[in-house]
Design a protein around this ligand. Structure first.
Ligand SMILES: Cc1cc2nc3c(=O)[nH]c(=O)nc-3n(C[C@H](O)[C@H](O)[C@H](O)COP(=O)(O)O)c2cc1C
Ligand SMILES: CC(C)CC(=O)C(=O)O
Length: 387
């Protein structure tokens, strides 16, 4: 059950009476700009940037603006339930932390800070393969918190199986397989700076500590880091997987499997046919295909086509409580949040991630109430108007 009227809002308003002063902006629009002042220019551009002209990033936001919420009155929404069941687990809200690699570029504590903040709120953190701390270190930081593992599916079955075994042993419950980044997009902001975080060794903690990966190297990474980095980059970019290869993952993972990066209805159907447990309708926050369909535009036809046969998650462009309600109304079971909490991490580490996420959860709770809903399950197509 949610705190009455957005607990974090109360804490902030009651600052003068012993509450909380927000450590930085609560405004989702100003958040990105404020982060520019606290992280390095190349890290900022890497996080904030998108593919090509940035058209898909813009389209992601414009799609949210085309849908409006239609509030209902006198519904007695004083007591609300923001909880949601996702792949069999009950979450305090239909919100997960999207997989984000190389977090040490914005804060030295990187994924450890994020894991602690997510665990404190009971929200699942999806750990990226390209994390700057190992699978095991992050599991330690997240304690009893829910944790999922995101796979960049390497072109080597031993390395892949080894990483899945490690993730399972470290208590990650759900596997998210990202399909849309089998090679890196044309990203002008990073190209202009000739900046690729891996080449500084960032984001390689998990592969560099992996016995199967190390067995492929002539010299240990400690003795020849450039060769190890190049070997990893060659394994996880330019991969040639197809739908026929999914059974390999099923053989090596006994929990739920979710495919991330689905944008076409037929791919969603194929995921159902392949026996997958979930999909994330996502265009990677506009970071991969410039000119790709806005993620929110892709959602309704996919949700209609697959119905209840697979769990539909959503990301790309979610910034506010209202955005979450819109995605749920259009068929998503839950949303993944990317850049906003990364900016929070850059500002203030664990506290910064918590600040951003608590703000989002309070905004969701208040938006749910003011639109006349008492629970997440009441949000549906009738809550929306397309303008
Ligand atoms: C800096 C950064 C790094 C990312 N790294 C990964 C990653 O390692 N694996 C992955 O599947 N997605 C990655 N993503 C994509 C996110 O998981 C998510 O799809 C996207 O950020 C959602 O859009 P939003 O930022 O507009 O919320 C990354 C996104 C950003 C901004
Ligand atoms: C390729 C990555 C390691 C990170 C990523 O997915 C991204 O930068 O969008």
């Amino acid at each position: 059950m949610a705190e009455r009227f957005g607990g974090y809002q109360n804490e902030i308003y009651l600052h003068g009476l012993g509450g909380t002063k927000p450590p930085f902006t609560t405004d989702p629009v100003r958040l990105a700009e404020s982060a520019r002042e606290v992280v390095s220019p190349e890290a900022y551009d890497y996080v904030a940037g998108g593919a090509g002209s940035g058209a898909t990033m813009v389209a992601n936001r414009a799609a949210f603006d085309r849908w409006k919420l239609v509030p209902r009155m006198l519904t007695d929404a004083t007591a609300r339930d923001t909880s949601a069941t996702v792949l069999g687990a009950t979450l305090p809200a239909p919100v997960l932390l999207a997989p984000v690699g190389v977090q040490s570029i914005v804060h030295q504590d990187g994924e450890l800070a994020t894991a602690r903040a997510a665990a404190a709120l009971g929200l699942p953190m999806i750990l990226s393969t390209a994390s700057s701390r190992t699978i095991e270190e992050v599991a330690g930081a997240s304690g009893d918190g829910p944790r999922w593992f995101q796979l960049y599916w390497p072109n080597d079955s031993d390395v892949c199986a080894s990483m899945l075994t490690r993730a399972k042993a470290a208590g990650y419950s759900t596997l998210v397989v990202t399909l849309d980044t089998w090679t890196l997009a044309w990203r002008p902001r990073d190209l202009d700076r000739a900046y690729l975080p891996f080449l500084k060794g960032e984001g390689l903690a998990t592969p560099l500590s992996d016995p199967a990966f190390r067995a492929l190297l002539e010299k240990a990474p400690e003795d020849d880091m450039p060769s190890a980095i190049l070997r990893w980059v060659s394994l996880f970019t330019g991969t040639d997987h197809s739908w026929e290869h999914l059974p390999f993952l099923r053989e090596h993972w006994d929990g739920p499997i979710v495919l991330k990066g689905i944008q076409h209805v037929d791919d969603a159907r194929r995921a159902v046919d392949a026996g997958m447990d979930g999909i994330v309708v996502s265009n990677h926050g506009g970071r991969q295909v410039d000119g790709a369909i806005a993620s929110l535009e892709a959602l309704p036809p996919i949700a209609n086509a697959v119905g209840d046969r697979i769990e539909v998650l959503f990301d790309s462009g979610v910034r506010t409580g209202a955005d979450i309600l819109k995605a749920l109304a259009l068929g998503a079971k839950a949303v993944l949040i990317g850049r906003p909490w990364v900016y929070g991490l850059g500002h203030a580490g664990e506290d910064g991630v918590r600040h951003v996420l608590r703000g989002l959860l309070a905004d969701l709770d208040i938006s749910l109430a003011l639109t006349g809903h008492r629970s997440i399950s009441e949000v549906g197509p009738e809550s929306l108007h397309r303008s």
